[in-house]
Structure formats: structure tokens, C-alpha cells
Design a protein around this ligand. Structure first.
Ligand code: CO8
Length: 260
């Protein structure tokens, strides 16, 4: 489906979603969130899509946040509604059952940083800048930033970035675990594709349930998370791909996974 503010391209099993409003540094307006919502539904339905890469159009920004022009008009009631809606779209991305990689090519601020946080993994260009500057606008990160940043990088890091609104470099983001890897700008998309390729070489159901165990497990006490892990482990023992993966190892050959 063609979108106004997103570009979606396919490369084999990878769908690349590019946020494409370069005049406003790819800021997220309502239309863009609705398009992302629809695009994720499409990706979820399409079994041939097995990984997502999210990036920004142009050289300057991944996504510079929610659209401040729209934000300025929010009332208390629709501000809450819009925050909940955006959270639900990012939760859809997080729980789609397919790994997503944020290829952060420039500014990832506010809602843009929160978008990256909802992805499974994050690779940044050396020139990228990240931060949660919402407090400078009199708001707080309303797309899950206070929750995901604290879970990913710890309470101290979240408090520092959210309360100061400070914008940090890709290298610093790497140091605090906010991104997984930093590469030269020209290497960003190839690195994201290579990372997706490494995941796609593995048994699809094993990848899917691993993601589920990590994501749902984080919401549970460890005892229950361990039980979930064992249950999903047992489920994978019933798959053809588990037989194939273990047999291929013992026969010293590459496995042929079938997503069954
Ligand atoms: N929204 C709308 N327009 C934007 C945004 C944005 N987030 N960011 C940049 N733009 C526009 C600028 O207004 C400018 O437009 P114009 O050319 O018409 O003047 C154009 O993009 C280029 O930007 P700059 O000229 O400012 O470029 P600089 O290189 O000087 O600066 C910065 C780049 C540092 C990225 C700067 O643009 C900036 O600070 N942008 C805003 C960053 C920000 O505060 N982001 C957080 C927004 S709040 C948020 O994301 C909340 C999420 C939760 C929402 C909850 C539910 C509603």
C-alpha cells in the first residue's frame, strides 16, 4: 500500500520502513503514526516479511520526535488519547513477533528515540544524536520512553536523559547500552541488513519465541519468566525445525529451516 509519510521497500525477507518527512526532520504527526500502524498490520499478516528495518529519509534525521506543530494544539483529553494511541502503535512494533532494527541515521529525539527503543535492536551512524528533550517543551516522553529507557539502560540513565533533556552522541549511546552498534554513515544500512541476515539464518520459530520470552519475561517476576521460558522451550521441541537444527549439527551440515 502506498503511504504519504512512509516508504516501504522489500529486500527478500526484510521490509525497510523509511520515515519520509525530511522538511520537518521526519517528525511524527498523526498521519505518520496511523500509517505506521497500518504498515505494521500489513507486515504482521505477510509471512514472507521476517524482519523490519526502520530508518529516516535524508542525512540529518532518523526521527526528530513528535511533530511539535501538532503537539502545540493538544488538549489534556486528546493529549492523553494521542499518547495512548502512539504507545499502542509502538507496542505493536515491539510485539509483532518479527525482529526490528532501528538504523539511526541522524537525530533520534523524543518520539524518535522512543521509536528506536521499541525496536528489537538499534544501530547508529557515528553522526547520530539521541535524546529525550521533552522536558524542554514542558512535556514528558509520551511514547513509552520513561518505561523502555529505564528497562533498557537502567533507572539512573533514564533519569539523567529524561530529566536533563540532554542530547548525546552515538558513541555515548553505545556506552550506556542505548544502541547495540555504531558504524560509519555509509555502513549503516548494510550493517542493519547484515544483522537482520544473521537473525534470519536461524530457525524462525526459535527467533519468534525467543523474542516473546524476552519481551513478556521482562513484565514478570523472574520465577514466572523462567516458567515461560521452559514452556516455550518445550513448544520448540515439538517443531520440525528443532529436529532439523539438531540433526544438521550432528550430521555436520547446514540446517534447512522451514518455519514449522
Ligand atoms: N516537529 C516539527 N518540526 C520539526 C521538529 C519536530 N519535532 N524537529 C525539527 N522540525 C523542523 C524545524 O522546525 C525546521 O523547520 P523550518 O525549516 O520550517 O524552520 C526543520 O525541521 C529543520 O529543523 P531545524 O532548523 O531546527 O534544524 P537544526 O539543525 O537547527 O536543529 C534539531 C535540529 C536539534 C533536531 C532541532 O530541529 C530540534 O530541536 N528539533 C526538535 C527536537 C525535539 O524537541 N523533539 C521532541 C519532540 S516532543 C516528542 O517527541 C514527544 C513524544 C511523545 C508524544 C506523546 C503524544 C502526543
Amino acid at each position: 500500500m502506498p503511504y504519504e509519510n512512509l516508504r516501504v521497500e522489500r529486500q527478500d525477507a526484510i521490509a525497510r520502513i523509511t520515515f519520509d518527512r525530511p522538511k520537518v526532520l521526519n517528525a511524527l504527526n498523526r498521519k505518520t503514526m496511523e500509517e505506521l500502524d497500518a504498515c505494521l498490520d500489513e507486515a504482521a499478516r505477510d509471512d514472507s516479511v521476517r524482519a523490519l528495518i526502520l530508518t529516516g529519509a535524508g542525512e540529518k534525521a532518523f526521527v526528530a520526535g513528535a511533530d511539535i506543530g501538532e503537539l502545540a494544539q493538544r488538549t489534556p483529553v486528546d493529549g492523553k488519547e494521542f499518547s495512548l494511541y502512539g504507545q499502542s502503535v509502538l507496542r505493536k512494533l515491539e510485539t509483532i513477533g518479527k525482529p526490528s532494527i532501528a538504523a539511526i541515521n541522524g537525530y533520534a529525539l523524543g518520539g524518535g528515540c522512543e521509536l528506536a527503543l521499541a525496536c528489537t535492536l538499534r544501530i547508529a551512524s557515528r553522526t547520530a544524536k539521541l535524546g529525550q528533550p521533552e522536558v524542554k517543551l514542558g512535556i514528558l516522553p509520551g511514547y513509552g520512553g520513561t518505561q523502555r529507557l529505564a528497562r533498557l539502560c537502567g533507572r539512573g540513565v533514564a533519569a539523567r536523559l529524561v530529566l536533563t533533556g540532554e542530547i548525546i552522541s552515538a558513541e555515548e549511546a553505545l556506552g550506556i547500552g542505548l544502541v547495540n552498534q555504531v558504524v560509519e554513515p555509509a555502513e549503516l544500512l548494510p550493517a542493519a541488513e547484515a544483522l537482520a541476515g544473521k537473525i534470519l539464518a536461524n530457525a524462525p520459530l526459535a527467533v519468534r519465541y525467543s523474542l516473546e520470552a524476552i519481551d513478556r519475561g521482562l513484565e514478570m517476576p523472574q520465577e514466572q519468566g523462567l516458567f515461560l521460558e521452559a514452556t516455550l522451550f518445550g513448544l520448540l521441541c515439538a517443531t520440525e525445525d528443532m529436529r532439523e537444527g539438531t540433526r544438521a549439527f550432528l550430521e555436520k551440515r547446514a540446517p534447512q529451516f522451514k518455519n514449522r
